[in-house]
Design a protein around this ligand. Structure first.
Ligand code: ADP
Ligand code: ASP
Ligand code: MG
Length: 402
């Protein structure tokens, strides 16, 4: 039996927690399992490193930022191996270079392409616990890359897939996946199980409990994922293809504050304009999310869309380059917005879910700025300061509480 166990920052924040994690891993090892451990940086170390970079250069080159951020995970894996040694159990820490975790070359948002498993297999054959840095990879230039904030989950699932692990357990600071972020919605309820598709939408729409690409990979390779707490023995949430429980209309509410809305005003109303605009953004590696195009008037039209807030500067630079070619009259940005979404497979066969959501926002006097929907989700863009209120009223409206 091979198990991949991933522990997030809070779970390895200090020596006491590292010891606690070491002991949990050793239990599985002593029970005869092959154990691969994936760790995040200790506590808020990644934030500390980003602040450190910005203290010397407000716009640090992305390559160098990755070089700096990857040190966070390297500290935690080395500390963990030392903890295990003190408990008399053989282990080895490995970083992305030593394993050979190959990624695409985009610094700060790289994707895992291939993981060599030979070194890991050899170390497991030597009866060691193998402790691997999450969040990082190596690109074709032999440079360190990172997978995007929260990316250690993806490292863990990718390793579980590559090693054909029997289980992939994600240990964090909450008991599992809830109907909404339990820190924002006090009445949120823990889900026993949830489908890959619903979890993927929730994660993509801001439920930071799992990195969205980890869910994508888990679905693709059929990795059975469990999210549970590193601080207690509670059962957690299982993420899988089909769930047994009766389908709820809505299974969760998520919010994302990493959003900026950009409006490009007065574009020429002719074929190819949207293509040129979004092509320029794609080439700058910017993920565009909600898109709204106004009805043309006087041979001009406006296009409004949302992007991750931390990409605002890159997006504006990319737009500036094509401003004249596309005859843009103006570019407006609003960074004080956020997305709130509901997700649920039950929506597919039940009309009226979206209007119910709009009704409760209306009752709470919250203005909707943009809307987008899919078969199993509804997303609205609202003012950032209304997010907590919106999540709570929506959660109550759909009866998601305990
Ligand atoms: P880790 O460092 O262990 O990766 P994260 O901070 O990345 O931990 O993820 C756990 C956090 O995700 C929780 O503390 C919680 O505030 C937040 N969260 C957001 N949405 C949800 C949800 N639907 N269910 C559980 N936790 C959620
Ligand atoms: N340490 C990284 C971060 O804070 C990766 C992770 O925690 O998954 O984003
Ligand atoms: Mg995380």
């Amino acid at each position: 039996m091979l198990v991949v166990k991933k522990f997030g920052g809070t779970s390895v924040a200090d020596n006491e927690r590292i010891m606690n994690v070491a002991k949990r891993c050793i239990e599985d090892y002593k029970a005869g399992c092959d154990v691969v451990v994936v760790l995040s940086a200790m506590g808020k170390q990644t934030d500390v490193l980003i602040d450190m970079a910005k203290s010397i250069n407000p716009n640090p080159p992305r390559r160098e930022l990755d070089m700096l951020m990857t040190t966070g995970e390297q500290i935690s894996v080395a500390m963990m191996a030392m903890a295990m040694d003190s408990l008399g159990v053989p282990s080895v820490s490995l970083n992305a270079y030593q394993v050979a975790m190959h990624t695409t070359s985009v610094y700060g948002n790289a994707r895992l392409k291939r993981i060599d498993t030979e070194r890991i297999r050899n170390e497991l054959d030597l009866k060691k616990i193998v402790i691997i840095t999450g969040f990082q990879g190596v690109n074709k230039y032999d440079d360190y890359t990172t997978l995007g904030r929260g990316g250690s989950d993806t490292t863990a699932v990718a390793l579980a897939a590559a090693l054909h692990a029997d289980k992939c357990e994600i240990y964090t600071d909450v008991d599992g996946v809830y109907t909404a972020d339990p820190r924002i919605v006090k009445k949120a309820r823990k889900l026993k199980e949830i489908t890959y598709d619903e979890m993927l939408d929730l994660a993509t729409l801001g439920a930071g409990v799992l990195h969205n690409r980890s869910v994508e990979l888990a679905k693709k390779y059929g990795v059975r994922l469990v999210v549970r707490s590193s601080l207690n023995q509670s059962e957690g949430t299982v993420i899988k293809e089909v769930v047994k429980v009766e389908r709820m209309l809505v299974s969760g509410v998520a919010a994302d504050k990493n959003v900026t809305r950009i409006s490009v005003v007065g574009l020429e109303d002719r074929p190819g304009v949207a293509f040129r605009l979004f092509d320029a953004l794609a080439k700058a590696n910017i993920n565009v999310d909600m898109i709204l195009q106004s009805i043309g008037r006087d041979n001009t039209k406006d296009i409004t869309f949302t992007i991750p807030r931390d990409m605002e500067k890159d997006a504006l630079d990319a737009l500036e380059n094509i401003k004249d070619t596309l005859n843009m009259q103006d570019i407006n940005t609003n960074s004080k917005v956020a997305k709130v979404s509901i997700v649920g497979a039950g929506m597919m066969s039940n009309p009226g879910v979206a209007s119910k959501m709009f009704e409760c926002l209306y009752n709470a006097n919250i203005n909707i700025r943009m809307i987008s929907t899919s078969e199993i989700r509804v997303t609205v863009l609202i003012d950032e300061k209304e997010v907590e209120k919106a999540m709570n009223v929506i959660h109550d409206m759909f009866g998601l509480e305990d």
